[in-house]
Design a binder for this molecule. Structure first.
Ligand code: ZN
Length: 466
């Protein structure tokens, strides 16, 4: 027994029990835990008494059974790309990392499904199914680090929700381990299955508070052979709305992204030190990236020409090569430019599209009342009603954060918006959950939590106080 384990054991019987059952190889202790970063967007390190790296569902089950017996809190970690403090730990927690559960177990090209362990990295999955002529449509900025289990636990959205839905829409089945170690195998491989409650949905989007997802059956689509992409400039929000309807109808089901950038965001990502250059003049109020997976260029260009003729759009550039396509996406993806104005606060809200223009104006007016130096770089998956803000007010204090949060979240109450479109709640949005969920809804969430995790050991304190 190593000295570190011996020390930990004296005061921590749960660590001894985990070690006895799982073996040294599964446990990391002390500096092996605390030298690990707490998240890829964070500068602090993990605080926890032990980090477990199970390889199988059975090991996850054993670990949870022991933690349940000892009333030991467990925080599950995937790729740590979350933005709402959903994976934050404390010194007395046990971390359960899915990093070794990274097998793609089966690919079924005829059924267009794939069976994976939850620690598979999204980009690895995308690239592996592509070798079989398939596409896994979920795509987001963290693709190179985020895991399928994390995507499922947060019901991740991303860039192609308008066409393919969120993670929830791509999951056919899951296997999850409950707090007491019970394995729920709901590895349904069918698109349709209405035999009673669809239990997978309990685990999708519940941020590791109701169970640990260990495996999943995912629905893929046929790979597309074309990916026409363009950037357009639009002169008013009213025209944006009409342009969205115009392209969605005109592209006959092929619209796969409608990504809106406000003028200030476009300027930010096309001005040095940003390395991207502006494909269109910088003096329009709105820019939209439009992508039409599977459409042919002739159709797309006809739809664009019509929009120009009807003056729905003021200017447009069409990607004629893969390099140009990537250049246009690079603009949209370069959110990190906002960190030039650090400290910044990043937001993810959802609302009905017709309310968007007035809502953004209200948020900005509120920020300008509160602070003298305000920058609010605004972008969003407009087709999904999802906005992102990168806000800088020249102050990174907790008080400034709360004041900014009030400006962003409170106007959502009157218009039925959501404080979280796709990032989840974690710790960060917990104080604002009641803006988007009724007391009865939150009480039902508590009932579910209480019946599935009666000792409250799974990701405690996240989403709401149990
Ligand atoms: Zn997003």
């Amino acid at each position: 027994m190593s000295e570190a384990v011996a020390n930990a054991t004296e005061e921590r019987p749960v660590v001894q029990a985990l070690r006895d059952a799982l073996g040294d190889d599964v446990l990391l202790l002390d500096q092996d835990v605390t030298s690990r970063g707490a998240g890829i967007w964070r500068s602090d390190n993990i605080a926890a008494r032990v980090l477990l790296r199970p390889r199988t569902t059975e090991e996850v089950s054993t670990a949870l059974r022991i933690c349940h017996e000892h009333g030991q809190s467990v925080v599950t970690h995937g790729g740590l790309t979350g933005l709402v403090e959903g994976g934050i730990t404390q010194a007395h927690d046990v971390v359960l990392s899915t990093e070794r559960m990274n097998a793609i177990e089966a690919i079924n090209p005829m059924e267009r499904t794939v069976v994976v362990q939850s620690g598979v990295v999204l980009q690895t999955l995308q690239e592996t199914v592509a070798e079989h002529g398939l596409m896994f449509p979920l795509d987001l900025g963290g693709r190179g680090s985020c895991t399928v289990g994390g995507n499922i636990s947060t019901n991740a959205g991303g860039n192609r929700v308008i066409r393919y839905g969120m993670t929830r829409d791509m999951v056919l089945g899951v296997e999850a381990v409950l707090a007491d170690g019970t394995v729920i195998s709901a590895m349904n491989q069918m698109i349709k299955n209405n035999a009673g409650y669809d239990l997978k949905h309990i685990f999708i989007g519940s941020e590791g508070t109701l169970g640990v997802v260990t495996r999943a059956v995912l629905r893929c689509r046929e790979a597309v052979s074309s990916q026409p992409t363009m950037l357009v400039a639009v002169e008013s929000f009213d025209k944006l709305l009409r342009f969205l309807k115009h392209v969605d109808g005109g592209l006959r089901g092929c619209l796969s992204a409608f990504e809106l950038m406000w003028h200030n965001f476009y300027e930010l990502v096309t001005t040095p030190p940003a390395t991207n250059t502006a494909p269109l003049p910088s003096d329009y109020p709105y820019y939209v990236l439009v992508e039409a997976m599977g459409a042919d260029d002739t159709l797309v260009e006809a739809v664009l020409t019509e929009a120009l003729e009807q003056e729905l759009i003021a200017d447009a550039v069409f990607a004629h090569s893969e390099a140009q396509r990537q250049q246009i996406w690079a603009l949209r993806d370069d959110v990190e430019q906002g960190f030039r104005y650090a400290p910044v606060f990043v937001f993810d809200v959802s609302l009905r599209i017709p309310f968007m223009e007035d809502y953004v104006a209200e948020v900005n007016a509120g920020l300008e009342r509160e602070f003298t130096e305000v920058r609010n770089f605004t972008l969003g998956h407009m087709g999904d009603g999802n906005l992102h803000f990168v806000v800088s007010v020249g102050d990174g204090s907790a008080e400034a954060r709360r004041a900014v949060e009030k400006c962003v979240y409170e106007p959502l109450a009157a218009i039925g918006g959501s404080v979280s479109a796709e990032h989840g709640v974690g710790l960060e949005k917990k104080p604002y959950l009641s803006i988007s969920r009724s007391p009865a809804e939150i009480e039902l969430m508590r009932t579910l939590k209480g019946s599935l995790d009666p000792k409250g050991i799974l990701n405690p304190g996240k989403i709401f106080d149990a």
